[in-house]
Design a protein around this ligand. Sequence first.
Ligand SMILES: Cc1cc2nc3c(=O)[nH]c(=O)nc-3n(C[C@H](O)[C@H](O)[C@H](O)COP(=O)(O)OP(=O)(O)OC[C@H]3O[C@@H](n4cnc5c(N)ncnc54)[C@H](O)[C@@H]3O)c2cc1C
Ligand code: FES
Ligand code: FES
Length: 499
Amino acid sequence: MSEGGGSQSRCRVRFLLDDELVELDDIDPNRTVLQFLREDLRRTGTKEGCAEGDCGACTVVVADLDVTGKRVRARAVNSCIQLLPTLDGKELLTVESLGRDGLHPAQKALVDYHGSQCGFCTPGFVMSLFALYKGNADPGRRDIDDALAGNLCRCTGYQPIIKAAKAMYGEAPENGDWLHMPAGEGSDEDERVRRLKSVASDQSLCVEWGSRRFFAPRCVDEMADLLERHPEATLLAGGTDVGLWVTKHHRDLEVVVYTGNVEGLLDAGLTDQYIDIGGAVTLTDAMPLIIGQYKALEELFVRFASPPIRNVGTLAGNIANGSPIGDSMPVLMALGADLVLRRGAHQRTIALHDFYIAYQQTALRTAEFIERILIPLPNENEHVQSYKVSKRFDQDTSAVCAAFRLRLEGGIVAEFRAAYGGMAEIPKRARHCEEALIGEEWNEAGVNAALDALGSDFTPISDMRSSSEYRSQVCRNLLQRFFLETTGASSERVYSYGR
Ligand SMILES: Cc1cc2nc3c(=O)[nH]c(=O)nc-3n(C[C@H](O)[C@H](O)[C@H](O)COP(=O)(O)OP(=O)(O)OC[C@H]3O[C@@H](n4cnc5c(N)ncnc54)[C@H](O)[C@@H]3O)c2cc1C
Ligand code: FES
Ligand code: FES
């Protein structure tokens, strides 16, 4: 028993690896899964390339139970930025796990289609292909591209790997086990569920290592209480930002409170007014709900990082990180999202556009956290769109990100919101531009006035992603594009609601 989680807490991290139960009770909670694999277990199939979630050489698969508790879900994860205690209650699968009984269909297809040259990237591709195999029984080309968006290969080229992705399904054995069969199949699925249930625990976790503490509370009250008792703690969700503080900035995280096991933060659903997303819901789980209501946002979310990042990275983490170039904030501001913040027993609600104070400074007080994200449902006669401009299509940081929401009444702008990332030190609404349009006709003259007003909203900087001039031009062009798309003068990308 240890401090923090009360009488129900435990200090041993437990997870499955190759059908064995791994129990660790003397671990540095700042240690990454990749370090554990390569340095402690000498399982060197998993490689280190960038150590920042970009190249995919370190990809492993983490399996747990879905919300029904009846099916296993297997998701690709970047082991280089995952802290080891986050594996508690789950199953870890590495490239060695797949090859134990001869080549896995994903491996066999890569061999047959010549999908490997120097081989450094190959274990990572194998694991991303395996996650696709277990997650999608019949992927299209776009699904394959997306599944591989987080894996870089410098010598083979991607065509043979994409061919292998299609071919691996033809390699599935007759009535094979869970590991070797595609999504939804596998003679021993029930046994797999039973084993995952056996390693999961209702108890909180508190790992102590020297002066370091890693708390994984189970409920919101307990987490709120822990943060009040440890106001210096780092709140950890998916770790796709925080993990880099350890691997790239070499920071020591003394006290960590992990949101990933907190039951009251892991749910998401629809109310009669909102898309209601808990403060620990991953981007992978939040995206279908948001896209289900706002189809127009599909491209933005598909272009958000890569599956291994989205599988652990949370919407709340993206918002709280407060990066001026984060992708979700402009669109959430345009949609009028609110945040429910919690400190101790106290809750308050704040509009997202009031959340950002200065560069990477938010309205969050000490020991306060995002409990829920509330996104209004679409209204009648609304047009919504979001655009991301970056050098690469997949897995790249925005130079500029823009989002617009427009409601017209008889050709007059009744409501208009424009929000931008990459244009200021915080994600920000373009208030002058909005004011210039409201009450005006939605026509070229009105939009031209709004384009001029954008100059009063932003004075962007130049950096390695783009110049100030480029940003200013793109910012204007995106509003113009939105206008052309809503008036039918351009392609049909803008979606209208309530028609
Ligand atoms: C390779 C790579 C690609 C990326 N691509 C993109 C991209 O395309 N677009 C983009 O916008 N971002 C991108 N990111 C950044 C990152 O993935 C996102 O910001 C992600 O949503 C962060 O979520 P997380 O759960 O991993 O947060 P963490 O890293 O766990 O935490 C981030 C911050 O949020 C705080 N936090 C977490 N949860 C809460 C909560 N409930 N309440 C209060 N504070 C909280 C943490 O304390 C920390 O300060 C990328 C990152 C990497 C490594
Ligand atoms: S080592 Fe490059 S993504 Fe992990
Ligand atoms: S085979 Fe060499 S990097 Fe991909």
